[in-house]
Design a protein around this ligand. Sequence first.
Ligand SMILES: NC(=O)c1ccc[n+]([C@@H]2O[C@H](COP(=O)([O-])OP(=O)(O)OC[C@H]3O[C@@H](n4cnc5c(N)ncnc54)[C@H](OP(=O)(O)O)[C@@H]3O)[C@@H](O)[C@H]2O)c1
Length: 256
Amino acid sequence: MVLITGASSGIGETFARKLAARGFDLILVARRTEKLHSLAAELAPAVHAEVVTADLTTEEGLQATESAIRNCARLEMLVNNAGFGTMKRFWEADLHGQEQMHKLHVMAAMRLTHAALGLMVPRGGTGAVINVSSVAAFGQTEGNVSYCATKAWMNAFTQGLDMELHGIGSKVKVQALCPGFTMSEFHDTLGVDRNNIPGFLWMQADAVVEESLRGLERGEVIVIPGTIYKIGAALMRHLSHGIKRRIGKPGKDKRV
Ligand SMILES: NC(=O)c1ccc[n+]([C@@H]2O[C@H](COP(=O)([O-])OP(=O)(O)OC[C@H]3O[C@@H](n4cnc5c(N)ncnc54)[C@H](OP(=O)(O)O)[C@@H]3O)[C@@H](O)[C@H]2O)c1
C-alpha cells in the first residue's frame, strides 16, 4: 500500500499510475475529491485505491491523513508530493499564501513522515518515503523565497532521516526528488505562461517519476531527473551566494 499526497494531478497522479502498474494498492490524498475518485475507479479492479479528501494545510486534513497511515499496517511507501508555488517578493506576497506553503511543504511532510516511519521502522522490514522537493532547493531566486526555502528544508530533512535510518541499519529508504520544470497543473495554478520557459527545460511527469522509482531501487537519497538539471544543481551547490545573487533573477515566469 502506498499513500500519495497531491494525487489529483501532475506528478502525484503519475506516481499513482506508475505504482498501480507495479501492483501497489493506493491511498490517494488531495482536496479535489472527484478527481481522486475517478482515478481510483480507473485503476480498479487491478488495484484497490482508497480516497482521503484532505486539505493538508488544516489540522483536520492532517489528522485524517495521519489516521489513514496509522490504520494501514501494510503501508510500504509514503509520497509527500502535494505542493504549490507563489509569485512576488516575500514581503509583497500575501502572508497567508506563504504560511500555507510552509504548512504544506514543511509541516504536512514532517507530520506524515513521522506517522509513516513510526510504522515502518519498528516493523524491521523495508519501506520508503519520497519527498517531492525541487531543483529550487539548491538555490534562491527572486520572488521564490519561501518555495526555495521550504524545498531546501525538504532536502535537509530527508538527508537527516537517511542518516538516522542508516545509523540503525534500517532497510527503510528515504528520497528527496528534485525535479526541474515539469508538465503538470503547477504553472496553471500559478498563472504562469509555459511559453516563457524554453522548451528544452520541460520534462514530462512520466520521466520524472520513472527516475524517482529507479533511484529508489538504487537507494539514491537525492534524485535530480534530467541531465541538464543534474548539471545545474551540481553548479548551484558550488557557487558562492554573491554569484547566485547575480543569476537569481528569473523573471516572473520561472518557477520550479
Ligand atoms: N511542475 C513543476 O515544474 C515542479 C518542479 C519541481 C517541483 N515540483 C513539485 O512537485 C509537486 C507536485 O506538483 P505538480 O507539478 O504535480 O503540480 P500540480 O499538478 O499542481 O499538483 C499539485 C498537487 O498538490 C495538491 N495540493 C495542493 N495544495 C494542497 C493542499 N492544501 N492539500 C492537499 N493537497 C494539495 C493538488 O491537489 P488538490 O488541488 O486537489 O488539493 C495537486 O494534486 C509539488 O510539491 C511541486 O512543488 C513541481
